[in-house]
Design a protein around this ligand. Structure first.
Ligand code: HEM
Ligand SMILES: *[C@@H]1O[C@H](CO)[C@@H](O)[C@H](O)[C@H]1NC(C)=O
Ligand SMILES: *[C@@H]1O[C@H](CO)[C@@H](O)[C@H](O)[C@H]1NC(C)=O
Ligand SMILES: *[C@@H]1O[C@H](CO)[C@@H](O)[C@H](O)[C@H]1NC(C)=O
Length: 397
């Protein structure tokens, strides 16, 4: 009844406060470096329990801590965690002493059912090979023109949908539309095929794949906070059962298209411009052995990781950008003026004419737009946190 539940909440609050107080005490005492002996550690300013307590505002919690310390520790019973926003430390990890750091085994375990041996999951030679091909490809004129054209085409398609909805005074879920638009774009760049989730039906094979893919990414993320996920996977229950089903849908679709493309290429049929530009064709060429053996699993992993990398990051950044534009109409006005001027398009230009006029040259003139996008990513980073771990061999030396 009412009285009991009030007592219960008071007790729960008291217990919570006690835990926090103990954590705080520990962090102050350990933060002085007392137990660390001669070694220097960054200050410990919290614990994993604080992370749970601040779960709904985790990045704000980190930001508050970063205001006090550029580098700090959060104490945890398992792996210790060091957080840094110090450019010198970031340079050490990502550049000067890069070989001391990796994705780590625990990350591999948590993600490999979906990521496989793709660039986000592996270190060493496999990482290097994929990184080399991807960074070479993305710098080529051919891929830049191809992917620019794909993004442009889907942006125009999105603009038509938005414009129709606006004319009909239909409310719309912008983030969902952007997720579809970036899925269609990245999928075409990766596989050389148009999924058309933007204007397709939810029952389409492509839309089913896209939905399964989004679900699977979310279930994989859940593993990072559910310490018992391996038990659920073993028993095939709950989120793990759902994840297994989604991965099956994703894989069947991916393998079907990879096989078709590999067969096409080995038969020497892939002569049209588009099929040469997509990443799948490039990676098939680069990973197929001299005897003509195709590693389908590795290709699936490589390509799916690029889809994972490019889709939600871009959709999230654009959703935030539009949100910011709604909050700052004066900036919105300046951007639309700049775009019209750079593209040399009149006030009354149609969506298709405007999209036609968006050449590289026109885009390069849009400095104000570039600044507004960059500022959006500063305030709402699509990837607010990356977590490299220290290799065992480094710890031993
Ligand atoms: C607003 C958009 C994007 C943001 C904010 C973003 C951010 C990032 C960040 C922070 C990393 C480093 C992750 C780490 O160190 O663990 C990364 C890696 C990567 N991104 Fe993006 N990204 C975006 C769009 C894209 C797109 C469109 C693609 C490709 C189509 C892409 C492909 C990749 C790949 C392949 C990696 C792995 C690189 C490696 O491990 O060497 N990203 N991205
Ligand atoms: C980091 O790299 C530099 C230059 O390669 C090297 O001299 C230094 O010993 C490395 N530090 C660690 C902790 O590995
Ligand atoms: C993987 O998931 C486990 C269990 O939820 C978690 O304890 C661990 O920290 C995760 N690994 C990484 C690298 O975050
Ligand atoms: C790294 O160290 C941990 C803990 O000592 C151990 O369980 C793991 O197998 C080691 N990994 C490698 C790749 O040596």
């Amino acid at each position: 009844d009412d009285g009991n539940s009030r007592v219960l909440s008071v007790l729960l609050a008291a217990a919570g406060l006690a835990v926090l107080a103990i954590c705080w005490y520990l962090s102050v005492v350990l933060g002085r470096g007392g137990v660390a002996g001669a070694k220097r550690y960054p200050p410990a300013v919290g614990t994993v329990f604080h992370q749970v307590y601040h779960l709904r505002r985790l990045h704000d919690y980190y930001t508050d801590l970063f205001r006090e310390h550029m580098t700090f520790r959060l104490l945890s019973p398992g792996r210790g965690q060091i957080y840094t926003s110090d450019p010198a430390v970031v340079e050490h990890i990502l550049k000067t002493n890069f070989s001391n750091y990796g994705k780590g085994e625990s990350n591999y375990e948590n993600t490999s059912d979906l990521f496989g041996d793709g660039i986000f999951a592996v270190d060493g030679d496999k990482w290097k090979q994929q990184r080399k091909i991807a960074s070479y490809d993305f710098s080529t004129r051919a891929l830049r023109d191809f992917s620019g054209g794909v993004f442009n085409k889907n942006a125009a398609k999105l603009a038509h949908i938005v414009s129709d909805n606006a004319a009909a005074k239909q409310p719309m879920d912008f983030q969902a539309l952007l997720m579809k638009a970036t899925m269609d774009s990245i999928f075409t760049i990766a596989f050389g095929l148009d999924l058309n989730t933007l204007s397709g039906e939810a029952a389409d094979e492509g839309s089913r794949f896209a939905a399964a893919f989004d679900d699977a990414s979310e279930f994989i993320l859940l593993r990072f906070v559910n310490a018992f996920w391996k038990v659920s996977r073993f028993l095939n229950v709950g989120a793990e059962a759902a994840l297994r089903h989604r991965i099956k849908v994703v894989d069947e679709f991916a393998y079907k298209h990879i096989r078709a493309r590999a067969d096409e290429m080995s038969a020497g049929k892939a002569h049209d411009a588009e099929s040469k530009c997509d990443l799948l064709s490039r990676f098939i060429q680069a990973t197929t052995s001299d005897s003509g053996e195709v590693d389908y699993k590795y290709l699936r992993d490589i390509i799916m990781n690029i889809v994972i990398a490019g889709k939600d990051t871009t959709a999230g950044a654009l959703a935030r950008f539009l949100y910011m534009m709604c909050k700052h109409p004066e900036v919105q006005e300046k951007i639309s003026e700049e775009a019209r001027e750079a593209a040399d398009a009149g006030e009354a230009a149609s969506i298709d004419d405007f999209s036609q006029s968006l050449t590289d040259e026109a885009l390069n003139k849009m400095h104000y737009l570039h600044a507004a996008l960059t500022e959006t990513l500063r305030v709402y980073p699509s990837v607010p946190l990356v977590s490299p771990s220290i290799h065992n061999s480094t710890l031993q030396t």
